[in-house]
Design a protein around this ligand. Structure first.
Ligand code: AMP
Ligand code: ZN
Length: 467
C-alpha cells in the first residue's frame, strides 16, 4: 500500500515497524459539544484506513484520544454551572452514539488527557532536563530554537514562522514560537500538582504523552485534519522527538477540509452542523457514504444536494444487497448457468481493482466506483427470470465483503428486527390469500404501505422494499 506522507510530501510504500502490525494514532475530539460534520471526516476516513489495514491482514493498534481539559471545556462547564469532567463525560457518551451510527469502530484505546497527567509531567520534566523546555512563572514552555528539526512537517523554516508570531502579554516566552507544555493554574480552574506548582497540561503535550504510553516512542501512522499539521503536529514532533531522541511517527496523514455550501463552516455564518443534526435529516449511513465517496486529501463540499445524492447512491447499493439476499433464498436450485459462471469468474477482478484503488493512498472514491460496477453487473445477471441461488450467493458474498471494508451496507440491528416483523406480515398475507381471505390480505398490504413498505409479486415470490 502507498501512503502520501506529509513529512516527505510523497506517496511512499507503507512499511510498518513490526511486520504484520500497525501502530496508529489519530487526534480525537475536544469534548465540549456534539461533534460536527467537519470532525466526522477524519474520524470516518481514518476508521476506513484502519478497517482496510485489518482487511489486508494487519493487526492494528489504534489510539484516538479525547481532549477532556482545555479552555473550551472549562468555558462550557462555567456556562452550565457544572464541572469540566461532567461536560467531558457527557460529550464522550454522545461521541460514541454518533460514532456508532457512522460505522466508526471503537479504537483499541480511547484515552483521556486527564488520565495521563503523570506521563505528561514525565515528558515535560525530560524536556526541561535536556534544555528543550523552561519554566517561567509556573508555566513551562518548549524552547523551539533548541529543536533543530522544528518546521519539518509543515515545511517552513523557524525564522519564517517567527516573523509572523506575537507574544501575548499574559505569556512569559523567550521566543514567539515557543509554546506552552504546562500552564500555571488560574483561580477557579481545575488543576493538578506538578514540579512547577498547580497547573494543567497544554494541548499539544497530551498527544505526545498518550501516543508514547499506549503505542511506544515510535509509531507507524499519525493522522488528523490538515488544520492540525501546524502547529499541533509540528509541536507533537518537537516534544516527542525532543524527549525520546527517536523518530515519532513514520507516516503523517492529513485529510483536507470539509466546507459547507462552498464556505468554511462556522457558527457565525450559520452553516454549522453537528453530525446529530445531519443524521436526523439524511441518516448516518448517507453521511459516511458521502465522506468515503471522496478521496481524503480532496476538499469536499457539504450541501443538501450532495447529501441527497449520496443517499440515493447508497440506496442503489443497499437495494442490490437486499435483492441478492432475497434471490439467494428464493432463486433457482442447481448449478450456475454459463452466463452466470462467466460473470462470477470476474468477481475477483472487481476485488483486485477495489484493493488497487485502496492501496493507492486510500483512494476510496475509486473503490466506490468499483462497487457500483459490481452492483451493475450483479443486477443485470440476477434480473434473469431463473437466476440461480448459487450465483446470487456468490455476488452477495463479494458485494458484502467489499462494502464491509468501507463500513457500509450493514443493516442496523434495529432495522433487522423490523425486517423480521415485515417478513412475518408477508407470510401472514400469503396465508390469507391461500385461504382466499382477500380482505385480510389487502388489509396487511395496506398496513405495510402506510408504513412505507411496498410489496412486489415476483416469479420468486413476494419481495418488499422501502418506499
Ligand atoms: P477538534 O475537535 O477541533 O480538535 O477537531 C477534531 C478533528 O476534526 C481534527 O482532526 C480536525 O483537524 C478535524 N476537523 C475540524 N474541522 C474540520 C473540517 N471542517 N473539515 C475536516 N476536518 C476537520
Ligand atoms: Zn493531537
Amino acid at each position: 500500500m502507498k501512503i502520501f506522507n506529509t513529512l516527505t510530501r510523497k506517496k511512499e510504500e507503507f512499511k510498518p515497524l513490526e511486520e504484520g502490525k500497525v501502530r496508529m494514532y489519530s487526534c480525537g475530539p475536544t469534548v465540549y459539544n456534539y461533534f460536527h460534520i467537519g470532525n466526522a471526516r477524519p474520524f470516518i476516513m481514518f476508521d476506513l484506513l484502519r478497517r482496510y489495514l485489518e482487511y489486508r491482514g494487519y493487526e492494528v493498534r489504534f489510539v484516538q484520544n479525547f481532549t477532556d481539559i482545555d479552555d473550551k471545556v472549562i468555558k462550557k462547564a462555567n456556562e452550565e454551572g457544572t464541572t469540566y469532567d461532567k461536560i467531558a463525560d457527557k460529550y464522550i457518551a454522545e461521541y460514541f452514539i454518533d460514532a456508532k451510527g457512522l460505522g466508526i469502530k471503537e479504537a483499541t484505546v480511547h484515552p483521556k488527557a486527564t488520565e495521563n497527567i503523570d506521563e505528561i509531567i514525565d515528558i515535560v520534566k525530560t524536556l526541561e532536563d535536556k534544555g528543550l523546555a523552561y519554566a517561567a512563572e509556573g508555566d513551562v514552555y518548549f524552547r523551539t530554537k533548541s529543536f533543530k528539526d522544528y518546521g519539518k512537517l509543515s515545511h517552513q523554516p523557524l525564522e519564517d514562522l517567527e516573523a509572523g508570531a506575537r507574544i501575548d502579554v499574559r505569556e512569559h516566552k523567550e521566543n514567539p514560537m515557543d509554546f506552552a507544555l504546562w500552564k500555571a493554574a488560574k483561580p477557579g480552574e481545575p488543576s493538578w500538582e506538578s514540579p512547577w506548582g498547580q497547573g494543567r497540561p497544554g494541548w499539544h503535550i497530551e498527544c505526545s504523552a498518550m501516543a508514547r504510553r499506549y503505542l511506544g516512542e515510535t509509531i507507524d501512522i499519525h493522522s488528523g485534519g490538515v488544520d492540525l499539521c501546524f502547529p499541533h503536529h509540528e509541536n507533537e514532533i518537537a516534544q516527542s522527538e525532543g524527549a525520546n531522541g527517536k523518530p515519532f511517527a513514520n507516516y503523517w496523514m492529513h485529510n483536507a477540509f470539509l466546507n459547507v455550501d462552498n464556505q468554511k463552516m462556522s457558527k457565525s455564518l450559520g452553516n454549522f452542523f453537528t453530525v446529530r443534526d445531519a443524521a436526523a435529516v439524511y441518516g448516518y449511513e448517507a453521511i459516511r457514504f458521502f465522506m468515503i465517496s471522496a478521496h481524503y486529501r480532496t476538499p469536499v463540499n457539504y450541501s443538501r444536494e450532495s447529501l441527497e445524492q449520496a443517499k440515493a447512491s447508497l440506496a442503489r447499493i443497499n437495494a442490490s444487497l437486499a435483492n441478492l439476499a432475497f434471490l439467494s433464498d428464493k432463486g433457482a436450485e442447481g448449478e450456475m448457468t454459463e452466463k452466470e459462471s462467466a460473470s462470477a469468474a470476474a468477481f475477483d477482478g472487481f476485488k483486485q481493482r477495489f484493493c488497487d484503488a485502496m492501496d493507492d493512498d486510500l483512494n476510496s472514491a475509486d473503490a466506490v466506483s468499483v462497487i457500483f460496477e459490481l452492483v451493475k453487473e450483479a443486477n443485470t445477471v440476477s434480473a434473469e427470470k431463473d437466476v440461480t441461488k448459487a450465483y446470487c450467493k456468490a455476488a452477495l458474498e463479494m458485494l458484502t465483503e467489499l462494502c464491509g471494508v468501507l463500513g457500509i451496507g450493514q443493516t442496523e440491528s434495529e432495522e433487522d428486527s423490523l425486517d423480521k416483523e415485515i417478513d412475518e406480515l408477508i407470510a401472514q398475507r400469503q396465508a390469507a390469500r391461500k385461504a382466499k381471505n382477500f380482505a385480510e390480505a389487502d388489509r396487511i398490504r395496506d398496513d405495510l404501505k402506510a408504513r412505507g413498505i411496498i410489496l412486489e409479486d415476483t416469479p420468486q415470490g413476494v419481495k418488499w422494499s422501502r418506499a
